[in-house]
Write a protein that binds this ligand. Structure first.
Ligand SMILES: *[C@@H]1O[C@H](CO)[C@@H](O)[C@H](O)[C@H]1NC(C)=O
Ligand SMILES: *[C@@H]1O[C@H](CO)[C@@H](O)[C@H](O)[C@H]1NC(C)=O
Ligand SMILES: *[C@@H]1O[C@H](CO)[C@@H](O)[C@H](O)[C@H]1NC(C)=O
Length: 338
């Protein structure tokens, strides 16, 4: 089961709403007011898990503000559970230039919701994927952070596989300037939502998890997607993280069972801003990592270049192409985020 499905199963209270929703979804064409360039045709959406329910939600988050609220709710009927801390406002979504960010620093104790987005793989203090339990966390202040960043001006299916709608396709098409500014905005806008950023360094060792114990931060894409809408995970300081079953880890993890599987990057199944140097042996370009820590003003630029090089390693493109990133990214200070 992909993590999105498992998340639904774990959220027991949502299970009924979900099954009713998917029963409706198979009877009628799913409502779809997504207007992003590159958005798939209705038959492709219908062929995705749950008729593309997760992908249609991600598009709704991207178009929040330009989509009528009524359409927003039809496009993503379960938004109050995923992107709201009070059940009334989609206040976990914010926009920054060409990126939408899911997650906020402050939770809501009276509603029992963390500010961060739940994930099957991360425990931010109340169990894996669970919302805030005020017995464990009276103020709903999470242990660590988990933020997602998605493109909001065009649709990209994934980081590394799709022939036309992926970060890898942008690199192959020599759209390096656009790619690097998108990467920089994703990295930067996500970091702006991480509480106490200065306590973290980048996770840089193989299998080093972004937990409270390691005090490291990871910014990674799954190479084989769970949701078919490209999303960068930023994870740091969490209580616990799941590294299996399936390739669930959110840092620079290695799964030896995939060692001979090129479609899963030979077991290095996440594309990260900071990768272990040893990974360069497998694919030239991979194994790049910013020199400074995430709270440093120079981090975003270095991390975008490293991410581009690591992507080049997966895509089989010469990493030298990422030199153009230097020009694409203004040398601005972190937290220059609206
Ligand atoms: C927290 O959620 C409750 C509803 O559950 C709402 O009435 C309240 O305004 C919210 N507080 C904040 C600060 O968002
Ligand atoms: C909250 O946590 C407490 C202590 O671990 C536990 O007993 C309780 O069942 C939890 N509540 C919910 C709703 O999960
Ligand atoms: C490793 O990858 C295999 C094949 O993709 C998968 O079945 C298995 O669950 C993974 N193991 C872990 C611990 O994630």
């Amino acid at each position: 089961m992909p993590p999105w499905d498992r998340l639904a199963v774990i959220m027991g209270t949502l299970a009924l709403a979900y099954s009713a929703f998917s029963a409706i979804a198979v009877l009628a064409d799913p409502f779809d007011a997504c207007e992003l360039p590159g958005w798939p045709d209705p038959s492709t959406i219908a062929s995705l898990p749950r008729s593309g329910a997760a992908e249609r939600c991600f598009c709704a988050y991207a178009q929040l503000g330009s989509m009528r609220m009524r359409d927003f709710s039809k496009q993503c009927p379960l938004w109050p559970h995923f992107v709201s801390t009070d059940g009334a406002h989609p206040n976990r979504v914010s926009h920054h230039r060409s990126v939408a960010v899911l997650g906020k620093v402050e939770g809501n104790a009276s509603a029992g919701r963390y500010g961060y987005v739940g994930d099957w793989a991360t425990d931010i203090g109340s169990g894996f994927g669970a919302e805030c339990n005020t017995t464990l966390s009276p103020e709903c202040s999470p242990i660590g952070a988990h933020v997602l960043a998605i493109p909001r001006r065009r649709y990209l299916r994934d980081c590394c596989h799709d022939e036309h709608h992926s970060l890898a396709a942008m690199l192959r098409a020599a759209e390096v300037t656009e790619l690097c500014s998108l990467l920089a905005e994703m990295l930067e806008a996500s970091l702006a939502k991480v509480a106490q950023l200065e306590q973290y360094r980048s996770c840089s060792e193989q299998d080093e998890d972004p937990t409270e114990q390691t005090k490291c931060l990871a910014q990674c894409f799954h190479i084989v997607p769970d949701v078919y809408y490209a999303h960068l995970h930023t994870t740091a300081g969490v209580l616990r993280i799941r590294d299996g079953p399936l390739n669930a880890g959110l840092g620079p993890n290695y799964n030896a069972s995939d060692a001979n599987n090129p479609s899963n990057a030979f077991g290095r199944y996440n594309l990260c801003a900071c990768e272990p140097t040893s990974w360069a042996i497998e694919a030239p370009g991979r194994g790049s990592c910013p020199r400074v820590t995430p709270s440093d003003a120079a981090y975003v630029r270095q991390a975008a270049i490293a991410l581009c090089r690591n992507l080049a390693g997966i895509a089989g493109v010469p990493p030298a192409r990422c030199a153009q990133c230097e020009m694409a990214i203004p040398n601005r200070v972190n937290h220059d985020v609206s």
